[in-house]
Design a protein around this ligand. Sequence first.
Ligand SMILES: Cc1ncc(C[n+]2csc(CCOP(=O)(O)OP(=O)(O)O)c2C)c(N)n1
Ligand SMILES: [Mg+2]
Length: 653
Amino acid sequence: MPMTEPTSTTTRLTVAQALVRFLAAQYTERDGVRRRLVSATWGIFGHGNVAGLGQALLEYGEYGESGAYAAVSPGGTAAGTPVMPYHQGRNEQSMVHAAVGYARQSNRLSAQAVTTSVGPGATNLVTGAALATINRLPVLLLPGDVFATRPADPVLQQLEVPYAGDVSVNDCLRPVSRYFDRITRPEALIPAALQAMRVLADPVDTGAVTLALPQDVQAEAFDWPVGFFAERVWSVRRPVADPEELAAAVRAVREARRPLLVAGGGVHHSEAEDALRRFADLTRIPVASTQAGKGSLAWDHPADVGGIGHTGTATACELARTADLVIGVGTRYTDFTTASGTLFAAPGVRFLNLNIASFDAHKLAGQPLVADARSALEALTEALAPHGHRAADSYVTEYTDDKERWEYRVDAAYEAEDPDTRPTQPQVLGVLDALVTGDDILVNAAGSLPGDLHKLWRARSRDQYHVEYGYSCMGYEIPAAIGVRMAAPDRPVWALVGDGTYLMMPTEIVTAVQEGIAIKVVILQNHGYASIGGLSETVGGERFATAYRHRSADGTYTGRPLPVDLAANAASLGMRVLRAKTVDDLRTALAEARAADTPTCVYVETETADTVSGAPPAQAWWDVPVAETATRPSAVKARELYERLAATRRRHL
Ligand SMILES: Cc1ncc(C[n+]2csc(CCOP(=O)(O)OP(=O)(O)O)c2C)c(N)n1
Ligand SMILES: [Mg+2]
């Protein structure tokens, strides 16, 4: 049905062109700062988007409204700069990782879009979308889709579902998206695009937003009301606490004898670090952090007790076991944080959950404080100040002494007795620790590194510690580092990757080289899945299939290590590569990489998968169910231990 507006107030564009023009005019605003909501678009073209979005990005993107080519400068809309900067990726999943890294580094106030072809290009988005949604990080997905008009079914790469004509593979994106729509008519773009922006900018609902774009509709022309392209500002709200919830929260804090604050990713998203520091300065309540929340307080703040949970510090875990009030701020309480329901063990323990999402604020039968982290922490501090509320001296002394003991353990793990030998993984972190300033950003997601980092790393600045542990997705590190560096172009950005992770997704190195994005990649080679090997051993799996080895004569994977050369691989993709054999080499190589202004890789062999990494062991349990019946003694024994530990699980009611 044609729109009824007179031609003077409409402009004729294809759906794809209209979408690009629309996206270029969307802004977020928080605390008086305005930013482009969708500042760039990643894409790989195929027959589902090449003639639609591809053409639109060419005509209204890279070339700018003046039609003259302009250098890419994310966010710029002045004459001559691109309306929508475009970046060429190598893999759809990793383009989403790059966008997610960018969004997190931008405190969720700016995002990027990802366009794909139909079929495999689109389904490659699923993993990245799940990661974005789980971590509540905004990304706009624009997969091509099969014909809406269905002139000839099936089109190349179309999945046919005999019982449902309206299903395509893009429906896989529904459960991993916070908003999903398929634009089967041009005019449907208008409400869908507005809803998409609402969700991207919503601090509770944000995550992956998918607008599936049938390839015929993308290229179809329509007379758009010009108002659709007007600049629009999406205010990223900071809801304040309900007075009654706040009063109840103040009472709970005042009554607590052994309170412990658990800082989650919400502290960062809200930029609540200063407010948290003032709260901790006033109350001296110890602050532990989840993977997403690490860095909420600088490591050397007296109240910072480091990571909590399975990969946490002994200090934080001891406090958790005896806490009478756990103040969760911006945390989802994953199983790592709660040690699978075993960590908060004091009989009368209560939870006070400050969270912008009511869903999370009600977890563990907690007392909810539904609000923006910064605004509510400020309100709490203000309400507690007149009472001069402070944790008891004996409590402060207890955790201060404990923290000091933990720091000795960190030093011991970092220290290499003989710098002429191959480093352990913690020693690699030790060398890095000695080199970086608060400016440096570390990106990591999977393997044994997240555990070592959570226990050991001394976060110097609020955003130095970028470990994605909501999805803990192998392959996130390199593309995410690219996205982080796009959001922080003057800061050293390090992707720390295990060899398994590297092999899963090294390909965006090519993009870093192409775009001149000077990320630093550190490859820690230990010939396999050391983390899963260790886990396997504790659950009766005997390290089965966790090392990268040839099959030996008996058919098992116990032969020689595989002859892969990841350093040569990185070099073949265009990176400058520095090989380090010893701790001393590593010092030189990491310093050189830090100074480099081109993408640089440092390759180091660490202790093999069969040896301990040197980090302190787990300070709390993690529930990984063990075979209830087995003939192999390893599993029988592991099950006995499992049952003992599982018996300590509790439900908080
Ligand atoms: C995409 C994906 N597949 C599988 C896993 C399960 N997993 C977690 S860590 C890991 C091994 C990682 O190996 P590597 O990167 O070499 O690190 P290491 O364990 O050796 O430190 C695996 C397979 C995962 N987290 N992500
Ligand atoms: Mg490995």
